[in-house]
Design a protein around this ligand. Structure first.
Ligand SMILES: NC(=O)c1ccc[n+]([C@@H]2O[C@H](COP(=O)([O-])OP(=O)(O)OC[C@H]3O[C@@H](n4cnc5c(N)ncnc54)[C@H](O)[C@@H]3O)[C@@H](O)[C@H]2O)c1
Length: 387
């Protein structure tokens, strides 16, 4: 198959590699020329052409959209990138091509946005399917290949064509009855995580008042062999998925007249976690944060990734600075952030260290020796103050 993948970020690039290895001929298109040059340097795959030249994506068998779907400044779904990608397909595709959306978006996006947009100016008949990506960056166990893929076409022919393509790169493909079901399932998966993370973060606030350990309570609850799934308290949620996807679901729910209070509340609770942690730090420093040397350990949004998008560490950092603290950071894999460099964890070099994220190669002993007060949001540092 000749495949054009629109967007060569986390999702699009991983998909390009998987499709190329499955024997397809892949054009990886991205509007960011710097990214394309970087991919060209690191990659020598046959049958894969990273490009920012629009002419390269003409007349492909399959077009796959893998562009960002963020929130705008009003906290509403921002489909600007998705619409631009759709317009590129409108200009490039010819009759019979299969158009797939892998970008996460609310139910109805394929039909109401992608198809509507294409049909405005390209009258050829296309096949359409939704196949939301489920990739988990840095997860060494679950990949594109062994994570079952949920897909649906707008008709039998589209479903069959999409099924055949995904069967060539995934072990298991689950065909559901409509694109709206596939789109909703993706949002619900991440909403499930958002809500459960909020629940344990609320538990951490309750157990603090009770004078017991949230981590010990959760560990004990997790001994039940059925009906319980373990989530751990944290500084909050980050990245391009958990803080955003539930808002896409809530927004759509409210547009169609359903309530999404539970989802909104979970979102709020997780967003406020850095403020809660700030209060705990203030307590440990007896209210005297101003002038204190505070180091945040692990500033990306989760372990073993360098992704800083929506990282709750940034919020904590800003809040600490507002209180006059002298904030620095230590991160094994994010060596620089906004002109600041990662600090070494030298013995007794800070007044307080807050562990936001523990990457696999974090040396716990160095953390413990670096300050008299260690506050651990990860539940992994023995002897430290815990959430
Ligand atoms: N990152 C994840 O872990 C993950 C997991 C599952 C699903 N998703 C979803 O997949 C989609 C893509 O996410 P991502 O993490 O790969 O984003 P990303 O920011 O890493 O990559 C997106 C790429 O699209 C490019 N782009 C933007 N507009 C374009 C256009 N009009 N034409 C061509 N390229 C364009 C950008 O330059 C960027 O390189 C989003 O909807 C996201 O929610 C992400």
């Amino acid at each position: 198959m000749k495949i054009a993948i629109i967007g060569q970020g986390y999702v699009g690039y991983a998909l390009s590699v998987a499709a190329t290895k499955a024997g397809h001929s892949v054009i990886g298109f991205d509007t960011n020329p710097k990214l394309i040059s970087e991919i060209k340097v690191k990659d020598d795959l046959d049958n894969y052409l990273p490009t920012n030249n629009e002419a390269d994506v003409k007349d492909q068998d399959i077009y796959i959209i893998a562009v960002p779907t963020p929130l705008d400044e009003k906290n509403l779904p921002d489909l600007t990138f998705l619409i631009a990608a759709t317009q590129l397909i409108t200009r490039s595709a010819s009759k019979g091509a299969l158009v797939i959306n892998e970008s996460t978006s609310y139910p109805g996006t394929l039909r109401e946005i992608v198809i509507t947009e294409i049909e405005i100016s390209n009258k050829a008949k296309f096949l359409y399917a939704a196949a939301p990506e489920r990739i988990d960056p840095a997860n060494t166990k679950w990949s594109i290949k062994n994570t079952p893929r949920v897909i649906a076409g707008i008709d039998d022919k589209s479903s069959k064509a999409a099924y055949e393509f995904y069967k060539s790169i995934c072990d298991e493909v689950i065909l559901v009855s409509s694109p709206e079901v596939a789109e909703s399932a993706k949002l619900f998966e991440n909403t499930f995580r958002q809500v459960n993370i909020a629940l344990v973060n609320e538990l951490a606030q309750i157990t603090e008042k009770l004078g017991i350990s949230a981590n010990e309570v959760i560990k004990a609850a997790a001994t039940k062999p059925f009906g319980f799934m373990k989530f751990n308290p944290s500084l909050g949620v980050g990245g391009h998925c958990i803080p955003i996807d539930p808002i896409y679901l809530a927004q759509k729910a409210e547009n169609v007249g359903a309530s999404a209070q539970f989802i909104r509340q979970a979102n709020l609770l997780n967003q406020q976690m850095p403020i809660y942690v700030l209060k705990r730090l203030e307590g440990l420093l007896e209210g005297k944060i101003s002038g204190k040397k505070i180091c945040i350990v692990g500033i990306s949004y989760k372990p073993d990734v360098t992704d800083m998008r929506q990282s709750p560490s940034i919020v904590l950092w800003q809040e600490l600075e507002k209180k006059g603290a002298l904030v620095s950071f230590h991160d094994e894999i994010v060596k620089e952030f906004e002109g600041k460099t990662s600090m070494a964890l030298a013995p007794n070099s800070f007044d307080l260290v807050v562990v936001a994220v523990a990457h696999s190669n974090l040396v716990v002993e160095k953390v413990i020796n670096s300050a008299p007060i260690i506050f651990d949001c990860t539940g992994t540092i023995k002897g430290a103050y815990q959430l």
